[in-house]
Write a protein that binds this ligand. Structure first.
Ligand SMILES: NC(=O)c1ccc[n+]([C@@H]2O[C@H](COP(=O)([O-])OP(=O)(O)OC[C@H]3O[C@@H](n4cnc5c(N)ncnc54)[C@H](O)[C@@H]3O)[C@@H](O)[C@H]2O)c1
Length: 360
């Protein structure tokens, strides 16, 4: 894993990331950001060549990648150069892929500016683009040389985006166990203030947890698959509803608990069903306090294009079945049975589709 550096300072809406000069040489850096996150660039880097990519998911496509390659060519970015990406997960996913493929790979580092990117997207070495209407179909595993986490950037992040990041942090807590989960539960239900020690503790717990899983399984052949919790249904929801990634993950998390409790009950184990539903209730309470969508129907209602409930679910099923986690007629699914008790198992696509049609 790359070294993650922390730079906690007073909350600021612009130029921040103290300590970047110690990690990247302003004379050799090429900056990638979007028009909002370029404001975080420290003054020492203001003369660096730069490329501004579209904001949000619109950055993760071949057209934006081509613009980056053209800018690299124009500015003469060579093997001795270094790409520094400032932004959320969309910027780091694209920039990491561009740097990994330019001249067969140049050095790169991330300054994540959203909570989601701090705890998840900038951590773990997955870079990539969307293609053909599907999430992250093109990509590579390649670790940034550094990640500089400065929670001061979060001052200007809209509460909804902060909530989206917290959904990914909560996913880490569900997988790791009670201590990690209850750190987030207490923080969110207690009205976590920005810039607080508890927020910093949540960020550090998440980064530490993801780092340990990725170190154990860098190429997602084993335990790293647990990090897909909430993402199988979540990615389908994200693609069809246009919801932000973390909001779609919130829907996917609750749906995953629903699937597991349905399986337990249909297998005659009502005690397990009840226990899973109790855990799901704790997760739902946290996501609700964050004002995130909780159900497929919530997702449909927030989608920009009006679709009937049935058509929405069929579209989600179709998007899900094109997911990378598919294995023939099954999908490798992260099944949450409790806090600290998530397993990876194949689930039949028919069963999954049936559940998505009936889920709330
Ligand atoms: N590579 C991975 O392992 C991984 C993991 C999780 C998610 N992701 C990807 O991350 C992407 C989502 O990233 P994201 O949620 O970080 O958001 P984002 O990069 O899509 O940015 C969302 C918006 O927030 C703005 N923004 C960024 N920082 C800001 C700040 N500090 N203050 C105010 N506005 C700010 C941006 O300009 C943009 O408009 C998805 O494409 C998802 O697939 C990747």
């Amino acid at each position: 894993m790359p070294d993650t550096h922390f730079a906690y300072g007073p909350l600021r809406a612009t130029a921040t990331a103290p300590g970047l000069e110690a990690l990247a040489d302003p004379k050799r850096s090429f900056i990638i950001a979007d028009e909002r996150t370029i404001g975080f660039l420290p003054d020492a880097f203001s003369a660096c060549p730069r490329a501004i990519v579209p904001r949000g998911e619109a950055a993760k496509n071949l057209a934006a990648l081509e613009l980056l390659y053209e800018a690299f060519l124009k500015e003469g970015l060579g093997r001795d150069g270094s790409v520094v990406a400032l932004g959320g997960g969309s910027v780091s996913d694209l920039a990491g892929f561009a740097a990994s493929t330019w001249m067969r790979g140049v050095d790169f580092g991330f300054v994540p500016t959203t909570l989601l990117a701090m705890v998840d997207a900038a951590q773990g070495g997955k870079n990539g683009l969307d293609f053909g209407g599907r999430k992250n179909l093109i990509g590579c595993f390649n670790k940034p040389r550094f990640v500089l986490v400065d929670t001061a950037c979060l001052a200007a992040l809209p509460p909804y985006d902060l909530a989206c990041g917290m959904a990914e942090a909560l996913k880490h807590g569900i997988i790791e166990g009670e201590e990690h989960f209850s750190l987030i539960e207490r923080g969110v239900l207690g009205g976590l203030p920005l810039g607080s020690d508890s927020l910093a503790a949540i960020v550090k717990a998440s980064i530490g947890f993801k780092g340990r899983i990725v170190a154990e399984d860098p190429y997602e052949q084993g335990p790293r698959m647990l990090l897909n919790l909430g993402h199988s249904i979540g990615h389908g929801v994200e693609v069809i509803s246009g919801l932000a990634h973390g909001a779609a993950v919130a829907v996917g998390l609750i749906a995953a608990f629903g699937l597991v409790s349905r399986r337990a009950r249909s297998g005659g184990d009502s005690a397990a069903g009840t226990s899973i539903e109790r855990t799901a209730e704790r997760v739902r309470a946290v996501l609700k306090a964050l004002s995130l969508p909780l159900t497929l129907e919530d997702a449909r209602l927030t989608a920009s294009a009006a679709t009937s409930p049935a058509a929405f679910r069929e579209a989600v099923i179709e998007a899900m079945t094109a997911d990378k986690k598919r294995r023939g007629a099954d999908m490798l699914f992260a099944l949450p049975r409790g806090i600290g008790n998530v397993t990876i198992e194949p689930v039949g696509l028919e069963e999954l589709a049936g559940y998505v049609r009936e889920a709330p």
